[in-house]
Design a protein around this ligand. Structure first.
Ligand SMILES: Cc1cc2nc3c(=O)[nH]c(=O)nc-3n(C[C@H](O)[C@H](O)[C@H](O)COP(=O)(O)OP(=O)(O)OC[C@H]3O[C@@H](n4cnc5c(N)ncnc54)[C@H](O)[C@@H]3O)c2cc1C
Length: 577
């Protein structure tokens, strides 16, 4: 069998040798280690390996490459071998890499982005690490080991739970792979047209007329199964009989965190998820601002660890499809599932998160996280130093983001479909934008296409009045056209704001729909909704900070309040939390 490749690229022969030695010392029995000094030659080797079907596990590039900007090399490597983990190797305690540095005159009134921040923000690396000090640098080897584990999990699992046989470009095949990956189920994919695919079809007793075919680790064969059938095979679709103390709807960071804390407090906890553990965070290739993970952590890894933690405390986790209804009944609530199943709980936590409205232009989806961002936060601003940044959206959030990015970016352009900003943006922001020299506003404009090899490089903008199109260089597009909370399944007793986010505690309105008014003599707890005993946490909540750590924090606070509620301690004398 071909050994997977570990590639190292550094045009400083001394540091290349140190890296090469450390890798050979630890990995040469199981991996083929290739060292290159010339980035273009390394890219050529990657192409040859790809053509020969040889797997590449990790590509490491020194931050100080001089022949070519390391960012360009890593973007190229990703296009050639998308599955390989990309590592930026920085000098031990050394200065920032020259090739990633921003030209000083372009940086406005703040310190330049660090190379690492820029590379992570633009999705160019999976990790950064200092060059090894010695061949036994355990800190270095720990990170390499983790990357190899992640790579093997996705690309070459030792014990695949599922073998999927589907046409190479089938939408359903892609959907199933995505579902399994997001639930951390190791799988192997075989194109139905390939020799291996044909072998597995024969082995499964299938003629291939209906695809995808799934061969499970148990030997069971499933022909184009619905998602909940797949969950049932893995034993994560069952609903417990009887009434649990807490039902948590949504297994993103908020729901998983609440499950860990309620279960560890000894409450019987049921976590109901419609598709995959981890929520939005699970789809992030690298969460880089989560406390305690200085090199970032992949969303899938965080979700898997959180899932295991909740499970180890005794939480019951079920992917039984979406919850479609919630009804108060004597002693608690009934939750209705899409397939007609029901669950009973004494209390409920709504942690169903949001979906960001998407732009449909060709080319955008493949560049997600590699220059295209939905709902970006202020933490990205510094990484945009010296760049051409576009902000799509005409509301205050877009205006505030543009003003913030303009402190670092060379140029910020706000793109709006309407004829002016006045329709949806506050006057004070419009004035601030017009007073900021490096912000442009393009009205009556829509994005027609995005382009880039491995990272965003250009946008095609269409004037909706004249129909004229223009392709402009772009390094970042931040889309702020709104988030839609998953609340359409809630009953009218759960009050929501004008955008359908759930309101809690002191925000519950005194006026409005009488069905959604607080009806008890005691005040609601801080994360309690207008329906006593039903709480909300995370992105779905009105006023929430849309961030992983905030969702986790709210999940833990909700767990405490659920415990208080269930212990019957919520009394009228309590202050509002
Ligand atoms: C691509 C991407 C990258 C991100 N990167 C970062 C980052 O680097 N740092 C950071 O701090 N934040 C990041 N975020 C934001 C962060 O992921 C969210 O703020 C966080 O996930 C919110 O957690 P949540 O649990 O409230 O909701 P979600 O993560 O949205 O989880 C909600 C869950 O509820 C489930 N659900 C919805 N409706 C139902 C239903 N009816 N029945 C059952 N289940 C249901 C959904 O399937 C989902 O799993 C990123 C978001 C995205 C999309």
């Amino acid at each position: 069998m071909t050994h997977p490749v570990l590639m190292v690229v550094d045009d400083d022969p001394a540091s290349l040798e140190a890296l090469d030695r450390a890798l050979h010392h630890r990995y040469e029995r199981d991996y083929l280690i290739i060292s290159e000094t010339v980035p273009a030659t390394a890219a050529g080797r990657l192409r040859e390996l790809r053509a020969a079907g040889s797997p590449v596990a990790v590509v490491m590039a020194a931050s100080g490459l001089t022949a070519m900007p390391v960012a360009d090399f890593l973007a190229q490597a990703h296009v050639i071998e998308p599955g390989a983990k990309r590592v930026l190797v920085v000098p031990r305690g050394g200065p920032a890499a020259p090739s990633l540095r921003v030209p000083v005159p372009l940086v406005r009134d703040r310190q330049a982005a660090t190379p690492v921040l820029r590379a992570t923000t633009f999705g160019l690396i999976d990790a950064h690490l200092p060059a090894p000090g010695t061949v036994r640098d355990e800190g270095f080897h720990r990170v390499v080991g983790e990357l190899l584990e992640e790579w093997a999990h996705d690309a070459a699992p030792a014990l695949p739970a599922v073998r999927i046989i589907a046409p190479e470009r089938s939408a359903r095949g892609h959907e199933l792979r995505d579902l399994l990956a997001r639930n951390s189920m190791p799988y192997v994919f075989y194109a139905a047209e390939s020799a291996d695919g044909q072998w597995w079809l024969r082995h499964a007793g299938q003629d291939g007329s209906v695809l995808p075919v799934l061969v499970m680790y148990t030997g069971e064969v499933l022909v184009d199964p619905p998602n909940d059938r797949l969950a049932a095979v893995f034993g994560v679709a069952s609903l417990p009989a009887g009434t649990v103390d807490v039902a948590i709807v949504g297994a993103g960071p908020a729901g998983l965190s609440a499950a860990v804390y309620t279960a560890s407090e000894g409450l019987s906890t049921l976590l109901l998820e419609r598709e995959a553990f981890g929520g939005q965070a699970g789809s992030s290739s690298l969460i880089r601002n989560y406390l305690g993970f200085p090199r970032g952590i992949s969303g899938a890894s965080l979700a898997t660890k959180a899932f295991e933690q909740a499970w180890s405390f005794g939480a019951i986790l079920s992917i039984a499809g979406p919850v479609t209804g919630l009804q108060p009944v004597a002693g608690g609530f009934t939750l209705r599932m899409a397939d007609g199943g029901e669950s009973r709980a004494r209390s409920v936590l709504i942690a169903t998160g949001v979906s960001y409205r998407r732009l449909g232009a060709p080319g955008l989806d493949v560049l997600l996280g590699a220059g295209v961002f939905y709902g970006a936060t202020a933490s990205e601003a510094k990484a945009f130093a010296g760049e051409q940044v576009f902000v799509a959206g005409g509301a205050n959030s877009a205006g505030q983001a543009a003003v913030n990015f303009a402190r670092y970016a060379q140029q910020v352009t706000i793109l709006v479909r309407s004829e002016s900003l006045a329709a949806r943006m506050s006057q004070y922001l419009i004035e601030e934008i017009s007073a900021t020299a490096n912000i442009d506003v393009r009205t009556s404009t829509r994005i027609a296409a995005a382009e880039g090899a491995g990272k965003l490089e250009a946008l095609t903008l269409m004037n909706t009045k004249t129909g004229s199109a223009q392709t402009v260089p772009a390094s970042a597009l931040v889309v702020l056209i709104g988030a839609v909370p998953h609340t359409d399944w809630l009953p009218p007793q759960v009050a929501r704001d004008e955008h359908e986010f759930v309101v809690t505690g002191p925000d519950i309105p005194d006026a409005g729909d009488p069905a959604a008014r607080w009806a008890l003599p005691r005040p609601p707890l801080g994360l309690e909704t207008s329906l006593p005993g039903v709480f909300a946490a995370g992105d779905v909540r009105h006023g929430s900070v849309k961030r992983c750590a905030s969702a986790v924090g709210e999940g833990s606070v909700a767990a405490t309040q659920l415990t208080q509620y269930l212990h019957g301690q919520a009394r009228a004398s309590w202050p509002r939390a």
